[in-house]
Write a protein that binds this ligand. Structure first.
Ligand code: SF4
Length: 499
């Protein structure tokens, strides 16, 4: 048996996952765009971390010739090379590639590079298995995890020494050495046998979302399963282990929290709850002109601009619908230049375009308020004006979060992506799926973060058009939801709108 480091980690998470990976790879789920984007981030971070130990020699990856990679590593070790990137070993049934291997007199230090902002538990297992394999071939000194320091703030040239934090985890790695041969023996036995009889459980998403979920979870109803109960605080598993798979079968005396109980009650009765006085009270807090406002942000593991921290949310776009008391609806928008820091021009335009009086409406306002606080830190000369905006926010999620309006289709949730299609089920104008290439916040975030790398510039105009259309829909959706709330209170004001 030969296992790669990642297969060993897979086996630690679930023996069945390892067995399926080796025997039924065709059952794996296709990676989503989020997984691919994390992979690319990991690659970029790994490349940059090599600058911590410059002038190393890289073992080129060759999927057709692993033996050649191992041989080349041995040559570099014997010819006195000081730093090796992707040093490759195949020892005692483990195929391991160390991100960075650094000679330390006649021993070696292992550096494992991670794009995260701290050393996670599985990073320790990851490094422990590297140590196990490498220690069969060379003398090791220390083991380190190199991860991103999220307190670093870029100031002109990127300072690689400050961008990374290096954790010495040698002691933990050594403690784990005794258990590794036992784990390996167990995995070998599993792989020599039939598919292990392992049920789904919390391990399916810890530490990684398993890519055999579609296969293993197919007995779970696609809709209204116990795993669709929101805010159940892990009690779904208690129900599952009692053989209860559907919300319909949850016993009346099974204790769940207030939100989950309400969800089940409305699911069963299919009743819509409308608390008109509370909705009216909420609407009365909103003052004209009403600014419906929404940011889009991107994140970089490696800061591109001055005053940017790793993984900081960077607002690059907003959409603003302004509803005046006479029923006029205006639309304004901003989309940053992908090659420069968008925060200052965005802040300037936002201060000009949001009306000096009236309410500012966001859906889940804490996100917009936090972004404005961060903009105020970067644009200190206009920070007072920026922070003053935060005093005027009203959260359109409030009536849904507090169940002044509740629809069984909400499934206990209240995000705009749940509320909107429920309130407007057949409205093409409000259907995110009818948009172009950008249909959710994740798409917008990844697209803009990589836009400056786009090779085919002829695509730029179309992509920007799609970004604008997506963000515009977010605020138009808020206008429509606000209008609908008026409808619920049976006020006539909503019909004044002219779009
Ligand atoms: S989905 Fe869960 S049970 Fe199935 S292989 Fe993955 S971790 Fe194991």
């Amino acid at each position: 048996m030969t296992l790669s480091k990642s297969q060993y980690i897979r086996g630690l998470q679930c023996h069945k996952s390892l067995w399926l990976y080796k025997n039924k790879p065709g059952l794996r789920d296709t990676p989503d765009s989020q997984t691919e984007s994390s992979f690319n981030t990991g690659y970029d971070v790994g490349e940059l971390a090599k600058e911590l130990f410059p002038n190393g020699v890289e073992i080129e990856f060759d999927s057709k010739n692993f033996n050649g990679m191992v041989k080349k590593t041995k040559e570099l070790i014997s010819n006195g090379t000081e730093v090796i990137y992707e040093a490759t070993f195949s020892e005692d049934g483990i195929f391991a590639m160390a991100d960075i291997l650094v000679r330390n007199s006649n021993t070696w230090d292992i550096y494992e590079v991670k794009a995260s902002t701290h050393t996670k538990e599985y990073h320790k297992n990851d490094t422990a298995i590297q140590w196990y394999a490498l220690s069969k071939a060379i003398n090791l000194n220390r083991a380190y995890v190199v991860h991103i320091n999220n307190q670093y703030i870029r100031n002109s040239k990127l300072n690689v020494q400050e961008l990374f934090t290096i954790d010495d985890i040698t002691d933990i790695v050594l403690e784990k050495q005794d258990e590794i041969p036992l784990q390996l023996a167990e995995m070998e036995e599993i792989l020599n046998g039939e598919i292990p009889n392992i049920d789904i459980g919390k391990h399916c998403s810890d530490p990684h979302g398993c890519d055999f979920s579609s296969h293993c979870w197919k007995h779970i109803p696609k809709k209204n399963s116990v795993f669709d109960i929101s805010y159940a605080m892990g009690k779904q598993w208690k129900l599952y282990y009692q053989g209860i798979l559907s919300i319909d079968d949850v016993p009346d005396d099974f204790h769940l929290g207030k939100n989950a109980t309400l969800q089940i009650k409305h699911h069963r009765s299919q009743e819509i709850k409308i608390d008109k006085p509370k909705i009216k009270e909420f609407l009365e807090t909103i003052k004209y002109p009403i600014n419906f406002f929404d940011f889009e942000t991107f994140q970089n593991a490696i800061p591109r601009f001055d005053n940017q921290r790793p993984y900081a949310q960077m607002p690059f776009q907003y959409s603003l619908h302004i509803l005046h008391e006479d029923g006029r609806l205006e639309h304004k928008e901003f989309l940053g230049d992908e090659n420069s820091d968008p925060r200052r021009p965005l802040s300037d335009q936002m201060l000009k375009e949001i009306t000096p009086t009236g309410s500012i409406i966001a859906f889940n306002q804490s996100f917009e308020i936090t972004q404005i606080k961060n903009l105020a830190l970067v644009c200190s000369d206009i920070s007072d004006k920026l922070l003053a905006l935060n005093e005027r926010f009203i959260d359109l999620a409030h009536p849904f979060q507090h169940k002044h309006y509740y629809h069984p289709k909400f499934n206990g949730k209240y995000s705009i992506k749940v509320v909107l299609p429920t309130l407007f089920p057949d409205d093409d104008e409000l259907d995110y799926k009818k948009l172009g290439s950008i249909q959710n916040g994740g798409d917008a975030m990844d697209t803009f973060a990589n836009l400056y790398l786009l090779k085919d510039k002829s695509q730029l105009a179309e992509i920007k058009k799609d970004l604008l259309a997506y963000c515009r829909l977010d605020t138009l959706a808020m206008v429509r939801i606000w209008e609908k709330l008026y409808q619920f209170t049976e006020e006539e004001i909503w019909i004044k709108l002219k779009l």
